[in-house]
Design a protein around this ligand. Structure first.
Ligand SMILES: [Zn+2]
Length: 270
């Protein structure tokens, strides 16, 4: 199947990228973010391609050819910035991609990253051509360059990227899905670890809600009875908002459940 999106982990091989510091090398951080997203799109059933899966050198000509030949409609080129600023930046072509850039910036902000700017830039001597080759030489593919933050930030970018790069990567997956109107289910962390929600036996009943309703009193689909079963444990299938989990139940099917820690619910990793 033709991919709808091609992910481009910036730099690689002999080119480490400038957005590096004592905690990471840009090419590796770009690859981590990209592989995370690559797996997430596959999980979500969205046809996706990637310019490199490993630490290899790609010239601008090789990289842009992979993108042009991919058949994808969109490209996201992942980068870490340098130069002393703070916050994310999303770049689009003078010929398009602004709407996607805005959606990405919106979700990055939701994930806790401030946005420095959304912009486009042309060659100084040719205002009909994009400055960045990923915008200029990727043909009909709508390419956005995403700078997740600054490696040399004096603000909080270093901590955000070092400790929360998965959440930033996830926010772009969410943005892409909502832009293209693909169904999106969030996950809380990582990819390989399975997480479970444990409802303690001290709770006699627990409210659960349909998937399309706000999980508040009055919208219940039914009640679980942890007490009756000596506690209940469900695999977490998604996390549509803070402390709200998607679980599969025997009697009510797939539902939402509210499990703030103060309710006695605990999240276990197995
Ligand atoms: Zn870069």
């Amino acid at each position: 199947m033709k991919p709808v999106l091609i992910i481009d982990p910036g730099h690689g091989g002999k080119d480490p990228g400038g957005g590096s510091n004592q905690y990471w090398v840009e090419k590796d951080m770009n690859l981590s973010i990209s592989l995370y997203q690559y797996q997430r799109y596959q999980q979500l059933g969205i046809p996706v391609a990637i310019t490199r899966l490993k630490d290899v050198t790609l010239s601008p000509a090789e990289r842009t050819k992979i993108v042009r030949d991919s058949g994808a409609r969109y490209c996201h080129s992942n980068h870490i910035n340098a130069g002393g600023g703070d916050g994310g930046e999303v770049i689009h072509s003078i010929y398009g991609g602004e709407d996607m850039a805005e959606e990405i910036a919106f979700e990055l902000q939701h994930a806790g990253q401030n946005i420095r700017r959304i912009f486009t830039r042309t060659l100084p001597n040719d205002r009909a051509r994009d400055f960045y080759y990923m915008n200029r030489d990727t043909g009909k593919v709508v390419t956005n360059i995403i700078e997740y933050g600054f490696a040399d930030s004096r603000g909080d970018d270093i901590r955000k990227i070092k400790d929360h790069w998965q959440e930033l990567a996830e926010s772009v997956v969410k943005a892409f899905c909502s832009f293209c109107e693909f169904p999106y289910e969030s996950i809380r962390t990582g990819i390989t670890l399975k997480e479970y929600l444990r409802l303690p036996p001290e709770a006699s009943t627990w409210r659960i809600y349909p998937l399309n309703a706000t999980p508040v009193k009055g919208n219940e689909k039914g009640f679980l009875r942890p007490e009756k079963f000596g506690g209940l444990t469900y695999q977490i299938l998604g996390m549509p908002q803070a402390h709200v989990y998607l679980i599969q139940t025997r009697d009510f099917g797939k539902v939402q459940i509210y499990g703030h820690p103060k309710t006695g619910a605990t999240v276990l990793t197995k």
